[in-house]
Ligand binder design. Structure first.
Ligand SMILES: Cc1cc2nc3c(=O)[nH]c(=O)nc-3n(C[C@H](O)[C@H](O)[C@H](O)COP(=O)(O)OP(=O)(O)OC[C@H]3O[C@@H](n4cnc5c(N)ncnc54)[C@H](O)[C@@H]3O)c2cc1C
Length: 401
């Protein structure tokens, strides 16, 4: 029903081979390296080696539909690639397809001026630097972006930025060179025209990383998530993206493809979880027979398979809608997958944990970290309730003039 193009099928085959030959062994080295004392926030050399190999194999920037800078794949063609990458916590970075860089590259590609593209987009596309997206604030309910309070004040030939952000993913990474910061340029304007986005170099005076945040105790090193203070940080006027008052508009278009990517990666993670669930259920004997022969475990396995397939079909149809109707036209579907897929992944991973018993809860298995990641996506990129509200409003206004 959702046919891949011949080119996407060919890339997919090579991607699968690369995952098996390079990423799977590389991931073991990577995790061992950051577990060494004092190495938590250093980038293991194996990551840059894997990136070099992926780039020379042409498995690079696959997410970007623009064929000059990216692979030129449609969202529908890219979706199965994101699913494959989502099986591993580090694979998206190997192919330069990881958040928040992908969203930031899309923003700069669509809205950046020539200088911003040269200075920031090109090194991101090359995988030479990384970046952060600083919108959420500890002091206000940031799922309603009109609440954002950070000030971006024009002062002669500069902007001065003052505010506090948190959950800025990637901010701890030593290669992170800039943030795209959302803040108010005109508090008196209409709510959706108050916000703007500006590029703030990470080493600009007045930018302070306050602390790394932990997600259920996982620090997600060496990229991390941080609380960041902007204390009268000054940047040239040329660092403003697109125009004053355009922050809300940029945020909306940034999140369309990004949400599809997140959902496809979660489907990959859920696939890995069901594989682990089945392997464990077949190999472990309880009350005289393998767990897999007990009816309750069979229900867990069968329901997980149904739910993964349902979620994948909905996500592929969303990717196709994005290709055909653009972010605006696909808004209802994007909200649907953002409601359905993280819940599905949590449910499937939770069942896999249950079937593993104590082994599913400890650091010997990937499942607890996978659960934390899936659970965070019921909040990150807009909590469930916001998407439910959006979808219900669209449904209720259907047919109204
Ligand atoms: C792992 C992770 C990574 C993240 N990365 C980034 C990043 O890189 N950059 C960034 O800027 N942010 C990032 N975030 C932050 C994330 O996007 C925000 O946490 C999210 O948008 C919610 O904002 P908030 O935390 O202020 O929650 P609030 O806005 O305070 O909302 C709290 C709760 O209110 C409820 N609620 C909200 N609206 C409604 C409604 N209409 N009806 C009923 N209930 C409602 C929901 O239950 C919601 O969870 C990340 C978060 C996590 C966990």
């Amino acid at each position: 029903m959702y046919e891949l193009s011949a080119r996407a099928r060919e890339i997919r085959e090579r991607l699968l081979g690369f995952m098996h030959e390079v990423v799977e062994p590389g991931e073991r080295d990577y995790l061992a390296a950051i577990a060494q004392p004092g190495q938590r926030w250093e980038i293991p050399p194996v990551m840059e080696e894997m990136k070099r190999k992926a780039r020379s194999a042409g498995l690079w920037n696959l997410f970007l539909p623009d064929s000059r800078n990216g692979a030129g794949l449609s969202n529908l063609d890219y979706a199965p690639m994101a699913e494959i990458m989502g099986r591993s916590l580090i694979a998206p970075e190997v192919f330069n397809c990881s958040a928040p860089d992908t969203g930031n590259m899309e923003v700069l590609h669509l809205y950046g001026n020539e200088f911003q593209k040269r200075q920031w987009l090109e090194p991101l596309l090359a995988g030479d630097i990384r970046s952060g997206y600083a919108m959420t604030e500890p002091d206000v309910a940031s799922s309603d972006a009109t609440n954002i309070r950070c000030r971006i004040l024009r002062d002669g030939d500069h902007y001065r930025i003052s505010g506090r952000k948190w959950w800025t993913s990637g901010a701890m990474d030593p290669r992170c060179k800039f943030f795209i910061v959302m803040g108010q340029t005109d508090p008196e304007a209409k709510p959706h025209a108050r916000q703007s986005m500006v590029i703030v170099p990470r080493d600009a005076p007045g930018v302070r990383i306050l602390r790394p945040l932990q997600l259920f105790g996982f620090d997600d090193a060496p990229n991390g998530h941080a609380e960041v203070a902007f204390e009268d940080a000054r940047v040239p006027l040329g660092n403003l993206i697109y125009g004053e008052g355009k922050g809300f508009e940029i945020a909306q278009s940034r999140l369309g493809p990004g949400r599809v990517h997140h959902c496809m990666r979660l489907i990959g993670l859920a696939e890995r979880a069901i594989e682990a669930m089945v392997a464990r259920a077949k190999s472990r004997i309880v009350f005289g027979q393998p767990i897999a022969r007990h009816g309750m475990a069979q229900e867990a396995i069968a329901l997980s398979r149904c739910e993964i397939e349902q979620a994948r079909l909905l996500t592929l149809s969303t990717a196709q809608a994005l290709d055909k109707q653009g972010t605006r036209g696909a808004r209802d579907r994007v909200s649907m997958i953002k409601i359905v897929v993280p819940r599905m992944a949590c449910q499937v991973i939770d069942r896999a944990i249950q079937i593993h018993g104590g082994a599913g809860l400890c650091e010997d298995s990937f499942l607890s970290h996978a659960y934390a990641g899936a659970r965070s996506l019921r909040i990150a990129d807009g909590p469930d309730e916001v998407h439910i509200m959006t979808l219900a409003k669209m449904e209720c206004s259907r047919g109204e003039g």
